[in-house]
Design a protein around this ligand. Structure first.
Ligand SMILES: Nc1nc2c(ncn2[C@@H]2O[C@H](COP(=O)(O)OP(=O)(O)OP(=O)(O)O)[C@@H](O)[C@H]2O)c(=O)[nH]1
Ligand SMILES: [Mg+2]
Length: 663
């Protein structure tokens, strides 16, 4: 059993390769094509219409004695959330790189993440049949830009023609010596043998290559074409030989993770889950997402092409589960195992208000968006209570079009969007403290809360970091439920900082706490007006926190992308001023063999779409732009304010005091 992800920059050929692998394994009789809209994994009408993958899809085939579940993922950065969930369930990955375009923006983002997570990865250099396909240049690029531990597993012939082919190396001396070079980095025994001039048996090198690939220390590179089928058999053999099978004890406690949720024909929920441990059978009650529960009414697994119903499923497998009505994507099943809610990629950096064209559809739109958010938590619904509007967070314009089409196709809802805006974040500048004591005049609530806000350390280069909540009061000085209420309210309040943006990268410390206990056991009578309730803490915490935050001060950061631009040299003169106007900062400039210019630098996420739109006009349609999120940078110029969506204006304290005194 092997759960294998196919990952790449958009259009590298993941779906075409998936189709080819299924065909080579005998799981399908005819090869479908993305261009004809009849592949196994691009099965949504929208995917077929647009020729891009939008949702991850699972298929399966057998190679040797191993069943492989193959997960085809989208490459477009707008759908990175799909890749995010899939990463938690993989035993291995194939990273596809185009032999013409080479390492692209998303290739780097993906490889960085695969390495960080230690996921064994093979590289498949696709499209060797296309004009401009390269071999040695690509291997050098992989080594320079992705990881030095790449090993070309064979040689190509007839590059750039329909007859292009790939022949695996088999014990050739040059190959053996390259293997020793890479493998000895991690294996002292091998290094010693090499230095002593010993003859190292080829079989030992092969076994060591499999071992190091399995630990994500070495990365074998195959070449081929998903269209002609060249090199696909060699890749298949590599998958079987070099990637480690799924581990897990079917007799252990149940542990798994849900990486995809879809709706069946009758609207019923189907959860795609990977089991790490244990066995799940129909009619089992499962706990998921920590505290939700449901009874499994049906199970199917992927088996050599078709999905097959079965009574139970064991560790290592991917199953589709019916009956879990409250399940959401990202939920842990049973014991939280390897999976967790940790995020691997940057969060969405754009948002837009969704408006129904028929005002009467407002209620239905809310329901539909909530349902979509269950399948994709990064849709991040944001309800504006004041204006009665709902907005969604976005990675980009393509995702927006997909949401629009899905609402129309699946829910019959015709919607429009307001202008897309950037999602900024706020970070505290300094340290701020505030507290309110119980029983004092300025405090209308039966609670003592003191809080300190300060910046978290060492987060400059990180995409985001959630807030840490610490205690400086003695555990036990406050009932646990009140402590939880304070923490929850702190997190809730930080969603809208001084300028209305989510406050991130900070440490909030509870410095003071106090409450009045129920009076019943003392006086024998329960006096509600003298006893603290959770409500007192829920009301007081935002006031104290905002006061502390005001003293700390915050700075607003905007998301910035790293861009790479390729253009004809003579268009540089008109492109550079346009970049400057968009707030982009070009850092490096290179000139390619054909005189084309490469420019790399940073650009505010807010300007990416405009650059995309203007580029064809500026470069006679020849400019190529690649962008990937890089970091948050301080906003230059006027500070953007996000209108508050809660009934929690900054002066709420004064407002509340006013109300309380009047009562
Ligand atoms: N010449 C050639 N074209 C290829 C090859 N592989 C894929 N293509 C073409 O490249 C385009 C993109 O292929 P897909 O398989 O959809 O790529 P993808 O990586 O799945 O794309 P996304 O899922 O949208 O990221 C299609 O037009 C394919 O026909 C190849 O090996 N050679
Ligand atoms: Mg695809």
């Amino acid at each position: 059993m092997l759960n294998l992800g196919i990952l790449a920059h958009v259009d590298a050929g993941k779906t075409s390769l998936t189709e080819r692998l299924l065909y080579a394994a005998g799981a399908i009789d005819e090869v479908g094509s993305v261009d004809d809209g009849n592949t196994q994994t691009d099965s949504l009408a929208l995917e077929r219409r647009r020729g891009i993958t939008i949702k991850s899809a699972v298929v399966s085939f057998a190679v040797g004695g191993t069943t492989v579940n193959l997960i085809d993922t989208p490459g477009h950065p707008d759908f990175i959330a799909e890749v995010e969930r899939v990463l938690n369930v993989l035993d291995g990955a194939v990273l596809v790189v185009s032999a013409v375009e080479g390492v692209q923006a998303q290739t780097r983002v993906l490889m960085r993440t695969l390495r960080r997570l230690g996921i064994p990865t093979l590289v498949f250099v696709n499209k060797i049949d296309r004009r401009g396909a390269r071999q040695d240049g690509i291997v050098r690029e992989l080594a320079d830009k992705l990881t030095p531990s790449v090993v070309a597993m064979g040689a190509t012939a007839g590059l750039g023609t329909g007859a292009a082919s790939f022949t695996p190396f088999d014990g050739a001396p040059a190959f053996a010596s390259r293997l020793v070079d890479v493998l000895a980095e991690q294996d002292d025994g091998l290094l010693a043998a090499y230095v002593a001039g010993e003859e190292i048996p080829y079989a030992r090198l092969r076994a060591e290559l499999a071992a190091q690939t399995g630990q994500a220390l070495a990365h074998p590179v195959f070449f081929g074409s998903a269209i002609t089928g060249a090199g696909v058999d060699a890749l298949m053999a590599g998958i079987e030989e070099l990637l480690p099978a799924a581990q897990g004890d079917p007799a252990g406690p149940v542990s798994g993770t849900v990486f995809k949720v879809e709706r069946g024909q009758a609207g019923e929920k189907i959860a795609y889950a990977r089991l790490f441990s244990g066995t799940v059978s129909t009619r089992d009650r499962l706990t998921f997402g920590g505290d939700r529960e449901g009874k499994v009414t049906g199970i199917s697994v992927f088996d050599g092409g078709a999905a097959a119903r079965c009574p139970s499923v064991g560790a290592g497998r991917i199953a589709r589960l019916w009956g879990l009505a409250d399940v959401r994507i990202g939920d842990a099943i049973g014991l939280p195992g390897k999976a967790g809610p940790q995020e691997h990629f940057a969060p969405p950096s754009l948002e837009t208000v969704v408006v129904p064209r028929r005002p009467a559809d407002r209620g239905a739109l809310h329901l539909a968006l909530a349902q979509l958010a269950e399948q994709d938590p990064l849709i991040g619904l944001r309800q504006d209570d004041l204006r009665q509007e709902v907005s969604v967070s976005l990675y980009g314009e393509v995702q927006k079009e997909v949401i629009q089409a899905t609402l129309l196709d699946d829910f019959g809802l015709d919607v429009a969007f307001r202008e897309t805006t950037t999602i900024c974040v706020e970070r505290p500048i300094g340290t701020g403290e505030a507290f309110e004591l119980i029983g004092t005049d300025s405090n209308p609530f039966l609670a003592t809360v003191g809080l300190r806000v300060e910046p978290a350390q060492g987060v400059e280069r990180r995409a985001t970091m959630s807030t840490e909540f610490r205690l400086e009061v003695e555990l036990g000085s406050l009932p646990y439920s009140f402590m939880r209420t304070i923490e929850e309210t702190v997190r809730e309040t930080l969603r809208q900082g001084l300028h209305g943006w989510q406050v991130e990268d900070c440490v909030v410390t509870l410095t003071h706490s106090g409450y009045w206990a129920r009076q019943s056991h003392m006086g024998g009578v329960f006096d509600k007006s003298m006893s603290s309730t959770a409500g007192d803490f829920r009301n007081l915490t935002p006031l104290v926190l905002m006061a502390a935050l005001r003293r700390a001060g915050t700075r607003v950061f905007e998301p910035a992308h790293r861009f790479r631009l390729e253009l004809p040299a003579d268009t540089l003169g008109s492109v550079l001023p346009a970049l400057a106007r968009l707030g982009a900062v070009p850092r490096t400039r290179t000139v390619g063999p054909a005189g084309e210019v490469g420019v790399e630098g940073e650009i505010p996420a807010a300007s990416v779409h405009e650059l995309e739109q203007r580029l064809p006009g500026l470069t006679r349609g020849e400019g190529v732009l690649e962008c990937a999120f890089d970091r948050y940078q301080p906003v230059r110029g006027p500070i953007p304010e996000r209108p508050r969506t809660d009934h929690n204006p900054l002066n709420r304290k004064e407002y509340l005091l006013h109300v309380v005194r009047r009562v």
